[in-house]
Design a protein around this ligand. Structure first.
Ligand SMILES: CC(C)(COP(=O)(O)OP(=O)(O)OC[C@H]1O[C@@H](n2cnc3c(N)ncnc32)[C@H](O)[C@@H]1OP(=O)(O)O)[C@@H](O)C(=O)NCCC(=O)NCCS
Length: 184
């Protein structure tokens, strides 16, 4: 992602796919809800989750202001009333950009990120987005695997892009229709 974290699939759950907002898993575990679009009303929850994931998190007013802009899209997965995963994207013309995606630290490695990202790529394809772009820290293995799994490829490197660590950014791109399976 970008140096300022704030600057801004679905499928493998027991019980199969559900419509956005409908529960997909109940018995014996936390209630998981299918990926859904988020809005200004979710700004407080987004800020709380981002604060748990990034040191330079946006506050709720920053999320509210961003989400009031027509080209900014946010999607999330709730675990009951708790926001467990979110992603923020720009949908502009026929291209989209991944601004950020993150999963509650306690819920990582459970394919919530994959499920959410797959859903967003389906939305991007439906909206006619021809290209997707993102930047990721070169050492962020989980994020790189997530993006590669969903059809992104590394197309460039921005040397020492992140001022906090001096880490390189990998520039990744996806062409429409690649790796957008709902069942990844
Ligand atoms: C990146 C992130 C969103 C992935 O979400 P997640 O729900 O934990 O990931 P998933 O369980 O869906 O797994 C996605 C892929 O990452 C891999 N992965 C997950 N955790 C991993 C780890 N600790 N090390 C290496 N790979 C890992 C999975 O194996 C999977 O790859 P595969 O499909 O090839 O098997 C999550 O780790 C996160 O919130 N990280 C911190 C915030 C961040 O860095 N966001 C990205 C900014 S660019």
């Amino acid at each position: 992602m970008q140096p300022d974290a704030a600057s801004l699939a679905s499928g493998e759950q027991a019980g199969g796919r559900a419509a956005p907002g409908e529960p997909t898993q109940q018995a014996g575990g936390p209630r998981i809800v299918a990926p859904e679009a988020l809005g200004v009303a979710d700004a407080v929850a987004l800020a709380a989750l981002e604060g748990a994931c990034f040191p330079d998190a946006w506050d709720a007013s920053a999320f509210a202001a961003a989400l009031a802009r027509p080209h900014v899209r946010a999607y999330g997965i709730r675990d009951g009333d708790h926001l467990a995963a979110y992603g923020v994207f720009h949908f502009l013309g026929d291209e989209f950009e991944v601004i950020n995606i993150a999963v509650d630290p306690a819920r990582r490695g459970q394919r919530l990120g994959s499920r959410l990202f797959g859903h967003v790529l389906q939305q991007a394809d439906k909206a006619g987005m021809l290209q997707g772009h993102l930047e990721v820290r070169a050492g962020n293995e989980p994020a790189k695997r997530l993006y590669l799994r969903h059809g992104f490829a590394v197309v460039g490197v921005r040397k020492r892009y992140y001022p906090d660590t001096g880490e390189d950014a990998l520039v990744m791109r996806r062409t429409a229709g690649q790796g957008a399976s709902a069942n990844i």
